[in-house]
Design a protein around this ligand. Structure first.
Ligand SMILES: [Zn+2]
Length: 309
């Protein structure tokens, strides 16, 4: 029996060429490093008690009822998972109690299952989280932070500083001052991304890019997720409460802003809404996800189901 012949050598070489060609083709088809392994899931943690649409977006109808959702997004990545926002956490009732009656009425909510409990029920180890990225530090996004001791919490320092100066109902100090919280201050780069001035490519592969969308709060962060060139999501925090705001280039209603002193900077908030509106025109297949739009939330895969490629 021979193990080598000129013929088998040629076969080996041509097979090697085929393997190299296949690998090159794979690289061409997968511009994102681990694209096939990146996926996300939406975690619903509660809903608002309901309001007329005209109370949540200026172009909204007085005859349409909306029931905004409170949720979070889990992004699975081979280099460590991210949780974007925390929704309503285990201690939300106690946290919320400090509010005056009018704020408890305006921001009344119905509790769902907190993120930490949903993850635990499915055997998810919180150590899989590289970090929790908060869109901003308002109460309905930061409520669950205290449920994740030891997990790094990423915010911009200016957002944290403004929150500590802030007051209820927007900012609740019980959510921010717990000693077990591992705050990590994030520095965005002066790298323009999709028209936004500052950004950070979290994994260095373009799959998750954080961008600053200021105005609603001092240093709000949006998260642009690219699963593949055709499938992209832009989680925009509270730049607007509903997709209708983006579609109609319409801000929150003036009287609600006046009642609750909602935005850090109203003019900047409106400019950001216009920018998002323009981006949606340029990228009609981009799914823009305002944190509270219950209609968009319903279209997303809900935990423990993840997006498929
Ligand atoms: Zn919110």
């Amino acid at each position: 029996m021979t193990f080598w012949s000129p013929h088998s050598h040629k076969v080996f070489i041509s097979r090697l060429q085929a393997v190299v060609a296949a690998m090159a083709l794979q690289l061409l088809l997968a511009p994102l490093g681990h694209a096939e392994e990146i996926r996300f899931s939406y975690l619903e943690t509660g809903a608002s008690s309901g309001a007329q649409e005209a109370m949540v977006v200026a172009s909204g109808s007085w005859f349409t009822r909306r029931k905004l959702s409170h949720g979070a997004v889990l992004i699975h990545h081979p280099d460590g998972d991210l949780l974007y926002d925390t929704g309503l956490g285990r201690q939300v009732d106690v946290q919320f109690e400090v509010n005056p009656w009018w704020a408890r009425s305006l921001f009344a909510y119905e509790k769902g299952v907190p993120v930490a409990d949903q993850l635990a029920a499915n055997g998810y180890d919180a150590k899989s989280l590289k970090a929790i990225v908060l869109s901003h530090l308002h109460w309905d996004h930061a409520s669950g932070v205290v449920d994740f001791p030891g997990v790094p919490i990423w915010v911009q320092q200016k957002e944290y500083g403004a929150a500590l100066q802030g007051e209820p109902p927007a900012f609740l100090h019980s959510q921010l001052e717990e000693a077990s919280i591992q705050w990590r201050f994030l520095t965005l780069e002066d790298a323009e991304f999709k028209g936004f001035e500052r950004s950070l490519d979290v994994y260095g592969d373009g799959s998750v890019v954080l961008v600053e969308i200021p105005g609603h709060t001092r240093g709000q962060l949006g998260l642009y997720l690219t699963l593949n060139p055709q499938t992209r999501y832009f989680f925009i925090g509270d730049a607007t409460w509903t997709l209708k705001g983006v579609q109609d280039d319409s801000p929150r209603p003036g009287f609600v802003r006046w009642m609750a002193n909602l935005n850090d900077d109203d003019d900047l908030t409106e400019r950001m809404v216009t920018q998002l509106h323009n981006l949606q025109q340029q990228e009609p297949d981009l799914t823009i996800v305002p944190a509270h739009d219950e209609l968009i939330a319903a279209s997303l895969p809900h935990y423990p189901v993840f997006s498929s490629q």
